[in-house]
Design a binder for this molecule. Sequence first.
Ligand code: FE2
Length: 214
Amino acid sequence: MKTLRRHLLLAAAATLAAPALASSRRALPPMTDGPFYPPRAWRERLASDWDADLTQAQGRPATRAALGEHLGLEAVVADSDGRLVDNAEVEIWQCDAMAAYHHPNGDLVPGRFDPGFQGFGAVRSDAQGALRFRTIRPVPYPGRTPHIHLKLRHAGFGELSTQLFVLGDPGNARDFLWRALPAAGRVALELRLQAAPAGSGLRWVARHTLVVPA
Ligand SMILES: [Fe+2]
């Protein structure tokens, strides 16, 4: 259930996602799943590791971490009335650093994809609406600007799919899906990447508020 904590919201936002919250209370604009949402049955056949750390793919042939620039994605789920949303199911998927999606219809040719990348991850928001993923900075895919697919589920709003972009990426203005978004929608979807703290094992961090319909 949604957690009614209007007074705590500002405190939580100050620690996790103040810039995004200050700039947008507009719900995430829905966007297409695209052709590469990995079906659950396929994921379960491949491996059991679909946790929030996409940079480590336990149980796969690879014995190293994912290629690419590792990104810590810290988010808070809140609704457009400012209420934190706990226990939301949040999924992300994106192509690996070699621009291959891990999907039954993907281009998983040995040597042309990164088996060290998990490809898909899922987590639930905690009592403060917070969650975090470790993944890679998204890379361009043929015909698309860098993006991370996102799907949220919760009894309060049902299911919402969208895509996250990198603020300032020069490819955005050429991307047909980004161009179709209203300006306010772009603000809700653009990640502000910052250099990660030394010793974190990450190259980038992004703190973002995921605003869902009230
Ligand atoms: Fe995509």
